[in-house]
Ligand binder design. Structure first.
Ligand code: GLA
Length: 388
């Protein structure tokens, strides 16, 4: 399944490259999307996250060209083209995908790498606007492709992830944390990755072969994401300032309550989400290791409630979808919204033997806003960025 899907993508991007540039690419680089199992909006609070790379990915085909021009074709946007000169400063484009490519080139230059002209073709199968990090997979794949073409080995995986985040923050214009890029760069097949977003230390957490990671798209496209995201981030920083800590990661639950006076209720609830979510994320990793699905399902349910009531990033359709899934699973598996919020997907961790029945149950009880069935993605926990 996984191999067949990658094969199709590989053929598509290679064919586009050959058609347009008249020669074979010298390298193909693949980077995965991700689903976050638990630990939402904790990364930019220096906290803990537990994402898992998935077998939906972006592949970049690259080859050299003389001069300082970069030519790009985006297979997923009707073979739309872009062309820019590496010696010309970054200029924001109307098409978002172009900002990702130009932003990565600019970010690598910011890091002191010397790039030269390149021909590029891009194709991906990470659903866009679903909260599965299609952008991060694009950014990480591009950063690796440029680096390996011009200065092989110049950046390790963490530096590639930081470069991709730098591009998002400074060129694309999203104040995202490091989770998506880091897991896309450093994930190990068969595992989720526990990340300490302060030290950037990672710990692979094996996902038992008996478990399925199921992603279910609610059918609600994510909207107003950037403004709401940036607002949450600001509220977290304000709460941290109230408590006199560098980041909410440093706040204990006792301190959260004891020094609450003078903090407005919204900021208090934002802080409570982050503090409790950090604790849940660490416990969830332990539960996964122990194969304790009962505890995992409780933690994921609590995480969802906290996102709904304290962080206020869910929407009614997503709440309903989680409720329906939980009715079926009971304590035999966990389910919660995943990603930045305001639509998109939920993630469920269930025994493989239950995955089909879960799908049937959801189809029977849930309808997307346009009266259809929710889309199911049965995901393999996958490895990080790689030259194919
Ligand atoms: C988006 C961001 C991440 C993270 C999540 C929420 O995916 O890119 O950095 O903040 O939202 O957990």
């Amino acid at each position: 399944m996984t191999t067949a899907r990658r094969g199709l993508l590989r053929d598509k991007v290679t064919q586009a490259y050959v058609d347009i540039y008249g020669t074979e690419p010298v390298m193909l680089v693949a980077a995965p999307g991700r689903v976050n199992l638990i630990g939402e909006h904790t990364d930019y609070n220096d906290g803990f996250v537990l994402p898992c790379a998935i077998d939906y990915e972006t592949i970049v085909a690259i080859g050299p060209r003389t001069g300082s021009q970069v030519d790009v074709v985006a297979c997923d946007f009707d073979n739309e083209r872009d062309s820019f000169d590496l010696d010309t400063p970054f200029a924001k484009q109307a098409a978002e995908w172009k900002n990702h490519v130009r932003g990565i080139a600019a970010s690598l230059a910011d890091k002191g790498l010397t790039l030269a002209g390149a021909n590029i073709a891009i194709a991906g199968n990470v659903p866009q606007g679903a909260g599965l990090s299609s952008s991060a997979s694009l950014g990480v794949a591009l950063a690796k492709a440029f680096t390996e073409l011009h200065q092989p080995g110049a950046l390790d995986e963490t530096e590639l992830a930081l470069t991709a985040q730098h591009s998002e923050n400074n060129y694309v214009g999203c104040a995202c944390g490091i989770m998506d890029q880091l897991v896309s760069a450093r994930a190990l097949a068969g595992s989720a990755l526990q990340i300490d977003c302060r030290s950037l230390e990672t710990k692979p957490i094996t996902i038992s072969e008996h478990l399925a990671v199921v992603v279910i798209h609610s059918g609600v496209q994510r909207g107003l994401v950037d403004s709401a995201y940036n607002e949450r981030r600001l509220q977290c920083e304000q709460s941290a300032a109230h408590y006199g800590v560098a980041a909410l990661r440093d706040l204990s639950i006792e301190q959260l309550e004891a020094q609450r006076a003078g903090l407005d209720s919204v900021s208090y609830r934002r802080a409570r989400h982050v503090v409790t979510e950090n604790a849940r994320t660490l416990s969830a990793a332990e539960a996964l290791i122990a194969g304790d699905l009962t505890t995992l399902s409780t933690l994921m349910a609590q995480s969802h409630v906290s996102m709904r009531d304290d962080f206020e990033i869910t929407v009614p359709a997503i709440d309903r979808l989680v409720e329906i899934g939980a009715e079926f699973l009971g304590t035999t598996g966990g389910i919660r919204m995943t990603g930045g919020g305001f639509g998109g997907c939920v993630v469920a961790i269930v025994p493989k033997t239950k995955a089909d029945a879960l799908e049937a149950w959801v189809n029977q009880h849930y309808q997307t806003p346009d009266q259809g069935n929710a889309l199911f993605f049965l995901c393999e926990p996958s490895g990080g960025v790689a030259v194919l």
